[in-house]
Ligand binder design. Sequence first.
Ligand SMILES: NC(=O)c1ccc[n+]([C@@H]2O[C@H](COP(=O)([O-])OP(=O)(O)OC[C@H]3O[C@@H](n4cnc5c(N)ncnc54)[C@H](O)[C@@H]3O)[C@@H](O)[C@H]2O)c1
Ligand SMILES: O=P(O)(O)OC[C@@H](O)[C@@H](O)[C@H](O)[C@H](O)CO
Length: 536
Amino acid sequence: MKLNNESLKNKKQWKDRGFELPEFDREQMVKDTRNTPEWIHFGGGNIFRAFPAAVCQDLLNRGIIKTGIIVAEGYDYEIIEKSYKRFDDLSVLVTLKSDGQLVKKVIGSITESLCVDTNNTKDWTRLIDIFQTPGLKMVSFTITEKGYSLVNEKGKYLPDVFNDFLMGPNKAISYIGKLTALCYKRYLKNRLPLTLVSMDNCSHNGTRLKEAVTTFARVWVENDLVEPEFLFYVNNEISYPWSMIDKITPRPAESVIHMLESIGFEDTTAVVTSKNTYVASFVNAEESQYLIIEDTFKNGRLPLDQGGIIYTDKETVNKVEKMKVCTCLNPLHTALAIFGCLLSYEKISDEMKDTELVALVEKLGYVEGLPVVTDPEIINPKDFIDEVVGVRLPNPFMPDTPQRIATDTSQKLGIRFGETMKAYAANPQFHVTDLTFIPLVLAGWCRYLMAVDDNGNAFELSPDPLLTSLTPIMSKISLGKTEGVHNLLLDILSNKEIFGVNLYDIGLGEKVEGIFKELIRDIGAVRSTLRKYLNT
Ligand SMILES: NC(=O)c1ccc[n+]([C@@H]2O[C@H](COP(=O)([O-])OP(=O)(O)OC[C@H]3O[C@@H](n4cnc5c(N)ncnc54)[C@H](O)[C@@H]3O)[C@@H](O)[C@H]2O)c1
Ligand SMILES: O=P(O)(O)OC[C@@H](O)[C@@H](O)[C@H](O)[C@H](O)CO
């Protein structure tokens, strides 16, 4: 049984094997979306297919909306070929419930898949056409935190960005350059408003996106490449709501491949693209999901609230995001990623059987995080963290790995831990130097960067843009030798870009150094240091 339009005509074979199918007339829906697109999504990775695309399908099934989603990929074009076109833009969503139930759905809400590439005339022309459609309501994004950055780690514009600043919208090659060029096409055609919604895990994601797009518009105006009114347009006619998205979506997993193969599904090959995206015909994810979006839509709003997505004000999004990204979920994830790699784990749920690691996430969440969380009211923080620690992370059916979560850790520490450290430093009721478990994780990250596990064996670090500058420093340190640690760690621990704060300025630099020295004392020192600090 293959995943394509032809095979779906035989509904019985799918239903007999327990798959839920699209319940709408997909051919008609594809036509309607082609003529009057309302939603285009940038970043065709796993979370998009597991969450927004599934919500869209639900609304189509219930007749609440009539159009689907066009997916656009501007970074890793292999994704389009290998996980969309090959399967007629269909995908399978496998939901792994914590009681062991598997729900299998064929998702048919995606109508077209396009490469955002100015050299691909066919797709680029179609993208211009979509951006110029008056009824386009939402452009959404899951392009990782790196996707919004115009500069490298030294604060210098990336070469593609610099090129686009000089060349203007028609020849853009950088991600945000291409996006801004498409907005410019809309401006030229009808100046109608639009809404760009970042759904990435970065704080104030809408502002990140706005800053990136308006920087392009401003520089193009300064370089006489576009009219000055375009800058006004991107600032005033386009809105960039903040959002918080939450659904643990691991990479396509072997266990799910076996399950699908055992029921006769043939299209199970999972590939890693040359840009390191893990793709397959299917995605696997947990059941829990939250998507909260600031309600500042400029050109009408899709009724996603009827599919469980919450529209609310900016302040509430801010509170929910801080709760999830800075305190109740992502910091715990990063702690499990770092120590999971050091202690040779390959599954998050296995880590949640480890006494020290369970104690660590509980201390990070309940003891150090929760006191500085402002209750967003639409979700109770204590209930949220209870679900994370008690149900979501230990779900044995979720094939999530510390190695996936360890990807780009240098980009995430500032938001995942820096905000809490800042909150402690700013509040006279707290003493930032009382923090122990956050410094333990930060020291653990430095230990992780040595790429040697707690048994003394080398392991492969997950991709991270700062590895090229950090690993040469950490390779000068070896187990059992603590002299020179201060000088080597000084540049790293004082880097505000990484931690959101200079750790020495707030009084935590020396503490992190001290714990790091304990972690490198010998083989087994990671485990013994965890035991010491967690009193286990
Ligand atoms: N997977 C999850 O559990 C999860 C949950 C909530 C939020 N998110 C957010 O969604 C993002 C994507 O997650 P995913 O599971 O889809 O990952 P994925 O690896 O499956 O897909 C990554 C997507 O980002 C694009 N991308 C990667 N680097 C880029 C760059 N430098 N510039 C532009 N685009 C780039 C890829 O082309 C791809 O479309 C995460 O970084 C996170 O911010 C993920
Ligand atoms: O997606 P990232 O790379 O920002 O972080 C890895 C995980 O912590 C993250 O994907 C979580 O699974 C997600 O934030 C849960 O909603």
